[in-house]
Design a protein around this ligand. Structure first.
Ligand code: SF4
Ligand code: SF4
Length: 346
């Protein structure tokens, strides 16, 4: 890792140069909510000024640029008495700017399953390898409990990471690609004063985390509380809309849909992001549903986040962004559910 500083005006030039050559995505204010607060989303940009670089949190996570809601896996043509399969996808190099540490950590968790697991998902791998990531630190958004999960700091998983230290950024350079790109723009060596400001800024961000959840021994607690009334309490509120999983940076469950043309000569296979909260998620051929109640589906979503993933990867799947809580129409959010489980056990 290399450390440099870059003035804000030079960073702007750097980004505008990148935009000329690459598809570039950044946080953009797209709307206002009922309270008049801005709603942000990651979107393609054509100029630095379109970005809301000091945004709080995007409504959806950046996941959808790696796992689109819907994508074609293959197409089949029936010709000369046999089926011919065609698989094609084009991935262009691109840059995503402004990821917060918890979103970078979210991508690292997806990597474990979709890139480094037993069965890598080639579409994801291709997108991940062709994406240049520029992270930027900021104060935690309301409801965020990333600090409790250790995802408030990003140690890797990015090409460049910036921390605002006044009129310039302290810059962590983490790839040769980043090093080469930065050769075209003026950067400076880190001074003692910059270092001091950087440490102060990091401490300030750290102190702004107000939301906490105690995850000590959570997998065992969840085993003990498998039949707890807590699941009924929150399950009864759940509308099974699936919004929580759609906005979550680490939910990757999907379904596969097969389409057959009426001519019977053409067919396709589509991969569609799905949510374990949806009513038919665990329905199998013959109509049997292994998770018929909203309570059981909600419970298993939490078990995947805080128990199952820990068993496989020694860490929870959740990064504590609280997007699920923000998107939930009935105000179901992890801090409250986990707090209830702890109370039940106390
Ligand atoms: S479960 Fe909720 S808080 Fe955790 S990563 Fe997903 S959206 Fe964020
Ligand atoms: S967003 Fe809320 S209501 Fe909708 S499925 Fe998730 S927990 Fe249930």
């Amino acid at each position: 890792m290399l450390f440099k500083t870059i003035t804000k005006s030079n960073f702007k030039k750097f980004v505008n140069n990148i935009i000329k050559e690459n598809q570039t995505i950044g946080p953009v204010e797209t709307d206002r909510n009922a309270k008049g607060e801005p709603i942000y989303q990651f979107e393609e940009i054509s100029n630095f000024n379109e970005m809301a670089i000091d945004y709080t949190i995007t409504y959806s996570s950046v996941k959808n640029f790696f796992l689109p809601f819907k994508e074609n896996l293959s197409t089949f043509h029936f010709k000369d008495g046999t089926w011919n399969q065609k698989i094609e996808y084009t991935i262009h190099p691109r840059v995503i700017i402004g990821l917060r540490p918890y979103d970078i950590n979210g991508l690292l968790k997806l990597d474990k399953v979709l890139m480094k697991g037993k069965f890598p998902y080639p579409y994801y791998v291709a997108r991940r390898k062709n994406t240049f990531i520029i992270g930027i630190d900021n104060a935690p958004p309301k409801g965020c409990f990333a600090q409790s999960l250790g995802t408030d700091v990003a140690l890797h998983g990015f090409d460049i990471f910036l921390t605002d230290i006044g009129n310039k950024y302290f810059m962590e350079i983490n790839s040769s690609k980043a090093f080469n790109l930065l050769k075209n723009i003026k950067t400076n060596e880190v001074t003692d004063k910059d270092q001091k400001k950087y440490i102060e800024k990091k401490k300030q961000i750290e102190s702004l985390y107000k939301n906490e959840v105690d995850v000590t021994g959570l997998p065992s607690l969840m085993d003990i509380e498998f039949e707890s009334d807590v699941w009924k309490k929150w399950g009864d509120k759940c509308l099974s809309c699936g919004s929580c999983a759609m906005v979550c940076p680490t939910c990757y469950c999907y379904t596969v849909k097969e389409n057959i043309d009426v001519s019977l000569n053409l067919a396709s296979k589509e991969r569609i992001l799905y949510s374990c909260n949806l009513i038919d998620f665990a329905e199998v051929a013959g109509g049997h549903n292994f998770r018929p109640s909203a309570m059981s589906r909600l419970k298993y979503r939490y078990y995947h986040q805080y128990r199952g993933f820990v068993e496989s990867y020694d860490e929870p799947k959740c990064v504590g962004c609280n997007r699920c809580g923000n998107a939930c129409p009935t105000n179901i959010y992890p801090v409250a559910v986990i707090h209830d489980l702890r109370m039940e056990n106390a």
